[in-house]
Design a protein around this ligand. Structure first.
Ligand code: ADP
Length: 393
């Protein structure tokens, strides 16, 4: 019997997809529908290391999913798919684990869309469109927030009037949970312990960046909050600022609160500080060529990651390892070294040779006498496929 799962990650103008056998950890086909709604809309399909572009001028989400499914059918894979797993950004407090969707759950999910207005409505669109095309297959939702539902109150509450938590859901939720669940299990495997016996710090550094403390296989604190804006410096997001900044900027610039939010979400972070790019590779190149603003952006980024990780250590009794993951965490030895240099107080000493490793090799990047830091490759799609298969078999 087939174990193939279709994984769908639906964004506002893009849809990532993959067909994965989670038991054998094999991806038979994957790809991306991008620029949806534009003339340049297209589906890029990846199979056996080769890419194929399927133009879809002006195509919307519905047409993109139809194109993806007909391509999968053409490959003879459609009849083998047993269920669909969807990435859903926000599960609120309703969902602390992945779920099989039915009408009741879908309506519960719609009720919390206001918690993530940029993400959840498009995730729901992905679910509804896929269900329309594949009505007989079970659909599963895997939430970015679910893994962090184990945080204690002292970690998730903001010090604002308590009734705002009860009435409006004002609290820290945390994101990147699917990635943390995956890499913490992988790291446990790498150090030869059960996840339930491990105490980890972790940093998921990609376009969005966050850090977490994971104790006995459960999240006990993380840097993102009510929204994915809180915490670390990110590609275009500011991370933590003084909450008083919003009013100050609105009055200095003469702009609305919406525009301030737009600045903090889209024009800040690495892009805002450097004035060059939100992309770490571009900034590294600029830094190596002597650009002082790129250097400042990178130094600020690294210091804030280290400062957060040291703060998150307050949730742990000891540290088995610090896990680096995400595009920057996995592929940026210069960044990892800079972060670890700020963390000598916790006993971290980078091993320059081990840290320089690229490719598929995962594992230790610190010296023998250091607190352990590991490079671990994340695989959120595989985690979604595993959950989906578990719930549907
Ligand atoms: P997303 O959060 O969108 O999934 P990724 O996890 O792919 O993003 O991370 C994208 C980031 O990873 C970009 O800032 C990119 O520059 C960075 N990155 C990728 N490869 C490298 C590298 N070799 N060195 C430094 N940064 C890298």
């Amino acid at each position: 019997m087939s174990n193939n799962i279709l994984v769908i990650n639906c964004g506002s103008s893009s849809i990532k997809f993959a067909v994965i056998d989670p038991k054998r950890e094999i991806t038979s086909v994957s790809g991306l529908a991008e620029r949806l709604g534009e003339e340049a809309a297209q589906v890029i399909v990846k199979q056996n290391g080769k890419k194929k572009n399927l133009p879809l001028p002006g195509g919307d989400h519905d047409q993109a999913i139809a194109t993806i499914l007909s391509h999968i059918e053409g490959l003879g894979l459609l009849q083998d798919i047993v269920a669909v797993g969807h990435r859903v950004v926000h599960g609120g407090e309703n969902f602390s684990e992945s779920i099989v969707l039915d009408e009741k759950r879908l309506s519960q999910l719609k009720e919390i869309s206001h918690l993530a207005p940029l993400h959840n409505p498009v995730n729901l669109l992905g679910i509804e469109t896929t269900t329309k095309h594949l009505p007989k297959l079970p659909q599963v939702a895997v939430f970015d927030t679910a893994f962090h539902q184990t945080m204690p109150q002292e970690a998730f509450l903001y010090a604002v009037p308590f009734e705002y938590y009860r009435e409006y859901g004002v609290r820290r939720y945390g994101f990147h949970g699917t990635s943390y669940r995956y890499v913490s299990r992988k790291a446990a495997e790498l150090i030869g312990k059960a996840p339930s016996e491990c105490s980890f710090l972790a940093a998921h550094l990609g376009n969005g960046c966050s850090a977490a403390a994971i104790y006995e296989g459960k999240s006990v604190d993380t840097s993102m909050g009510l929204t994915p804006l809180e915490g670390l410096v990110m590609g275009t997001r500011s991370g933590d600022v003084d909450p008083g900044l919003h009013q100050y900027l609105a009055s200095q610039l003469g702009v609305s609160l919406d525009e301030v939010m737009n600045i903090l979400n889209k024009k800040s972070g690495l892009l805002g500080l450097s004035g060059i790019s939100n992309d770490m590779r571009t900034l590294e190149d600029a830094m190596l060529a002597g650009d002082t603003k790129a250097t400042l952006a990178i130094d600020t980024f690294c210091f804030k990651v280290a400062r957060y990780l040291c703060g998150l250590a307050a949730s742990l009794p000891y540290i088995d390892a610090l896990i680096f993951t995400g595009g920057i965490g996995e592929n940026g030895p210069i960044i990892r070294a800079k972060i670890l240099d700020h963390m000598q107080v916790l006993g971290f000493k980078v091993d320059p040779e081990l840290n320089d490793v690229q490719g598929d090799k995962q594992g230790r990047i610190t010296t023998e006498d250091s607190t352990l830091a590991l490079r671990v490759q994340t695989d959120e799609e595989l985690m979604i496929a595993q959950d989906t298969l578990t719930l549907c078999s």
